[in-house]
Design a protein around this ligand. Structure first.
Ligand code: G6P
Ligand code: BGC
Ligand code: BGC
Length: 921
């Protein structure tokens, strides 16, 4: 059994040498001894100062203070809860670094709450010094070799092994299975590892070994393993303390106090890394000359100063340095030393622990000193035991001061006056040293009297704890795989998007030729964008988006708009056509009264955002309702006539309906008023659609070959012929089947605001049924249609994770932080696909225009409107990126329409009135 202290210190040769000059008198020698042992005395005030200073550093580090760099690192560990006890399964655990020059492999079987406890099987392997100081690859190959040697001996099924890696060094963790080594400690100094992801290094070594297919699913600091492995007593352990070759602690901190984490709920385990604590003000007074010598001769001078006063790798060395000093001073061993006594690392922790043993200590002192080539007298034995006691008592007291600082930090973060806490302890100093834990407990009670602390020795050095974390990691990894499988169909690659673009081009061409196509390419009779000479007052209606608006648009050198929003109750939108148009006229009359326009018959432009076959600027046959509208007796009717009939029904109202335009056209016109290059209109709101200026020669069914006409593509229906089936997922099918127009508007149902929330809801239900979300509990609220609004996607994707939880909890979804993260990823996948599909559509349109005009390069603007496009944090940039990728020869500028398409409808009306004026003169 390798003992603490064998590595990390330099060695010397064997013969005894005694000091020439005369031995000091008895009074001098006891003074010398007292003065020497006094150095290891630490006062309560000094301990309190260390406690306070360490607490200060911990809170600085938690707040993410960068400079001056806090003395301790406070590293989040991605372990968010103490064990549920539900963990089950067989796990391999590899422990490296906790016990100095050895590594341990364990086979741990977790049997959940009900199951009986199965003793882990383990094997320890001594790590050769040259491996601890050699190349990193050599160390990890050694570890992989030990793994397979251990597994060779295990009568177990060796398929799909899952491994938890207990790596006891300071690391930046970026995931349960991703951890970068910050710096070696405790006698290790392998090259090529610091700054590297140690999980990847182990995976590479296991692959090179090639004996077993082992999945490394979690990396854990030994303090975390110790905390997680503690037998669930009256309360779970929330602090893990290790004093083995090195020393450190971890504890469950409130996530909101850990600045680097974007989280405000729940707790996260933080590894304090107190070994590096070195506040000269606090530590200076208690550092002895022996500490400075030890540090100076160590592998990492100046680093881990606190650890070098407590860790088992150093206690033996401190004792040796004191004994060598006292021997040289002639007050010990008759002033004689031996090469072994002067050799670094010759006194190990085991020696110290044995020499302090109240019953067998004295005998052991004899044996050990004789092994060191010394012949101790009786007084020497006693003095040696005093030295051991002084060194170890100080170590336990300092460790207590640090633990008291952690307890104070816990109290602060839980705003509790008193604290009851269980601390799992591990490591051979705690296990083997006869008095360490009792001094520790006693000193903690002194320094943190308001804390009721129970020290719970961890049963097997944390192997079970590591297996618990591995079980959680394995579960999360399995969930992540299921999430990736579920979202994979939403991750569209370049070829798939290019195929959509090509499909859309084909459908456009067929639609323009008047052939059967899912794109109806409807002529709008808008031949030109405004030229700025329009003038007058116009009424405009804007129906079909989230809101129904009535607008008064005054066009002079600029455009002034006064508008009022009215609601269209679902009962009206899905009632009779007469009821709907009577409601519209009621709103107009209300608006006119409010604006003092009653009795005036202003030219009116009607933005009617549904597919209409226009027979003229003021004639549009509704082809079919979309977006939740289903008013009867309208489809196949001229919408303008329906409006005029409603006006007639409402006597004493004069309205001159001049134009009916689609909201895409209104948006293009509205933006075209500012930027004449705006020749495309795009809506991504409740529904989605686009229009653009097509060469008249390409538009079948409209006389004339010169000039252009705006074409309403009605791209919402793209794919209704099945041409998008290759992209449609089971969730799209569920949304379509549940819609009021199944089989229709398939492209729209993959893109627009009315449907994205529903797609997400169906995915969340699916993931819940797989047990990936909400612990597999089906949530009643989530069964409700439209409960997950599309606006939640925009909010969830633009807020911090903590706010995401707030939204979802308001929805009645009890979730963990992992759940919130997964819901966020689902939203991102669904909105990304929507934006990319929309981008592929725009790319098809701009390329069509470029080819129409036989241009190498096309610069064109797109007027855009719609809540989803405007409010979603990433939608617009994803659309633009997709267009750049699929139409690299087009420079496309997206103009967000400020005044909606009502202004556009008024401008179309103004142009119509101007043209009508011209024909009249
Ligand atoms: C604006 C336009 C409407 C258009 C709507 C689409 O409000 O003025 O004509 O229908 O955007 O977006 P929405 O998100 O409201 O469906
Ligand atoms: C390491 C810690 C570890 C401790 C106990 C220290 O040297 O930095 O990560 O927890 O030793 O093994
Ligand atoms: C309609 C289009 C409209 C689009 C955006 C679709 O459902 O069919 O006419 O332009 O929604 O509002």
């Amino acid at each position: 059994m390798d003992s603490i202290g064998s590595s990390g210190l330099r060695q010397g040769e064997e013969t005894l040498s005694c000091s020439e000059e005369g031995l000091p008198g008895p009074s001098d020698s006891s003074e010398l001894v007292q003065e020497c042992l006094q150095q290891f005395k630490v006062t309560r005030a000094q301990l309190q100062q260390i406690q306070a200073s360490l607490l200060g550093s911990m809170e600085q580090a938690l707040r993410g203070q960068a400079s001056p760099a806090p003395a301790v690192r406070m590293l989040p560990t991605y372990v968010g809860s103490t064990p549920h006890g539900t963990e089950q399964g067989d796990f391999v655990v590899l422990e490296l670094g906790a016990t100095g020059a050895s590594l341990r492999v364990l086979w741990v079987t977790l049997t959940g709450i009900e199951g009986h406890r199965v003793e882990p099987r383990s094997q320890e392997f001594v790590i050769p010094q040259e491996v601890m100081l050699g190349a990193g690859q050599q160390l990890f190959d050694f570890a992989a070799h030990c793994l397979s040697e251990f597994l060779d001996a295990q009568p177990v099924n060796k398929q799909g092994l899952q491994l938890g890696f207990s790596f006891s060094f300071p690391c930046h963790q970026t995931g349960l299975d991703r951890s970068t080594l910050i710096s070696w400690t405790k006698g290790f100094r392998c090259s090529g590892v610091e700054g590297q992801d140690v999980v990847q290094l182990l995976r590479d070594a296991i692959r090179r070994q090639g004996a077993y297919n082992i999945d490394v699913v979690a990396v854990v600091n030994d303090t975390v393993g110790t905390m997680m492995g503690c037998e669930p007593g009256v309360r779970p352990c929330e602090v893990g303390l290790v004093v083995d070759t090195g020393t450190n602690a971890c504890y469950m901190e409130e996530a909101r106090h850990v600045a680097v984490l974007d989280e405000d709920r729940g707790r996260v385990c933080v590894s304090v890394e107190w070994g590096s604590f070195s506040d000269d003000g606090a530590l200076g007074p208690v550092l002895t000359t022996f500490d400075h010598t030890l540090d100076h001769e160590s592998l990492n001078p100046g680093a881990q100063r606190f650890e070098k006063m407590i860790g088992g790798l150093y206690l033996g060395e401190l004792v040796r340095l004191v004994l060598a000093h006292l021997a040289r001073c002639g007050v010990l061993f008759g002033g004689c030393t031996s090469p072994a006594l002067l050799s670094q690392g010759s006194i190990l922790l085991e020696h110290v622990a044995e020499m302090e043993d109240p019953s067998t200590g004295a005998a052991r002192v004899h044996a050990i000193l004789q092994d060191l080539g010394l012949s101790p007298g009786a007084s020497d034995v006693e003095l040696v035991q005093h030295v051991c006691a002084a060194v170890c008592t100080r170590a336990a007291q300092l460790c207590a001061a640090a633990l008291a600082a952690v307890l104070s930090c816990l109290q602060h973060s839980r705003e509790q006056q008193t604290l009851q806490v269980a601390v799992a302890t591990g490591g051979r100093v705690c296990e083997r040293h006869p008095r360490f834990c009792s001094v520790l407990q006693g000193t903690v009670m002194l320094l943190a009297p308001e804390c009721d602390v129970s020290l719970i020795p961890s049963v097997d050095g944390g192997g079970r704890g590591v297996a618990m974390v591995t079980a959680v990691a394995a579960r999360l990894a399995a969930h992540r795989r299921l999430l990736e499988e579920t979202l994979a169909p939403f991750r569209l690659n370049h070829d798939q998007l290019a195929a959509v673009q090509a499909q859309m081009r084909k459908a456009m061409a067929k639609g323009l030729r008047g052939e059967a196509s899912s794109l109806r390419m409807l002529p709008t009779f808008v031949r030109a964008t405004p030229d700025g000479s329009e003038r007058g007052d116009f009424l405009a209606l804007d129906l079909g988006g989230t809101n129904f608006r009535v607008l008064l648009v005054r066009v002079t050198t600029g455009v002034q708009i006064t508008s009022e929003i009215y609601s269209i109750p679902e009962t009206v939108a899905q009632g009779s056509g007469q009821q709907l148009f009577d409601h519209i006229v009621d709103c107009i009359v209300d608006f006119q009264q409010k604006q003092g326009l009653s009795g005036q018959s202003l030219p009116l432009g009607f933005t009617f955002s549904f597919p209409c076959r226009q027979l003229g600027l003021d004639q549009g046959i509704l082809l079919n309702w979309t977006k939740g509208f289903k008013a009867s007796d309208c489809e196949g009717q001229d919408v303008v006539s329906l409006l005029r009939e409603a006006i007639t029904r409402r006597q004493a109202v004069e309205l001159n309906v001049v134009a009916i335009v689609n909201d895409t056209v209104g948006t293009m016109m509205s933006c075209g008023y500012e930027d004449p290059r705006c020749e495309i209109g795009l809506i991504v709101g409740t529904g989605t659609n686009a229009c653009y200026m097509e060469e008249l020669r390409n538009v079948a069914g409209v006389p004339g070959d010169s000039g252009r006409m705006c074409i309403n593509m009605e791209w919402g229906a793209f794919g209704d012929d099945g041409s998008l089936a290759m992209l449609s997922t089971r969730f799209d099918a569920s949304v379509d089947q549940a819609s009021i127009n199944p089989g229709k508007q398939r492209f729209e149902k993959m893109i627009s605001g009315m449907y994205l929330g529903e797609i997400v809801r169906h995915i969340l239900l699916h993931l819940t049924s797989l047990g990936v979300l909400f612990r597999g509990q089906q949530i009643q609220r989530l069964q409700t249609r439209d409960i997950f609004k599309t606006k939640f996607l925009s909010e969830i994707e633009s807020l911090a994770l903590r706010q995401v939880r707030a939204i979802l909890e308001d929805l009645g979804l009890p979730l963990t932080s992992d759940d919130a993260l997964m819901v966020l990823e689902v939203c991102q996948a669904v909105s990304q696909r929507a934006a990319q599909l929309c981008g592929a559509g725009v790319a098809a349109v701009v390329e069509k225009i470029r080819e129409n005009r036989g241009l190498e390069e096309l610069a064109v603007s797109v007027g855009v409107d719609g809540t989803l496009y405007k409010l979603h944090p990433r939608f617009s940039s994803l659309v633009a990126a997709t267009v750049r990728e699929l139409a690299p020869r087009c420079v496309v500028t997206f103009l967000q329409s400020e005044d909606g398409s009502g202004k556009g409808a008024a401008l179309v009306t103004a142009v119509a009135c101007r043209l009508a004026q011209l024909t009249r003169v």
